[in-house]
Write a protein that binds this ligand. Structure first.
Ligand code: FES
Length: 68
């Protein structure tokens, strides 16, 4: 297995998606790798029509994550 020392950063956007940045593989529900350019925004609200990616729908539905 290839050793990868680069950190992958995961940032939680308030009332929004997870931003994942770095050198990582994103595997879809079909088991296939989803190509990306090193930064993705993953839906956390469940309303995206382009899952696993955020499409901005969290704003339309007024998603609140409950965090303080
Ligand atoms: S978090 Fe943005 S559409 Fe779900």
């Amino acid at each position: 297995m290839e050793k990868n020392d680069e950190k992958v950063l995961v940032k939680v956007f308030p009332d929004g998606p997870y931003e994942v940045k770095g050198n990582f593989s994103l595997i879809g529900k079909d088991g296939k790798e989803i190509p990306h350019d090193g930064t993705v925004h993953l839906c956390r609200c469940g309303a995206s029509k382009n899952k696993p990616f955020c499409d901005g729908a969290h704003r339309k539905i007024g998603f609140k994550d409950g965090a303080e």
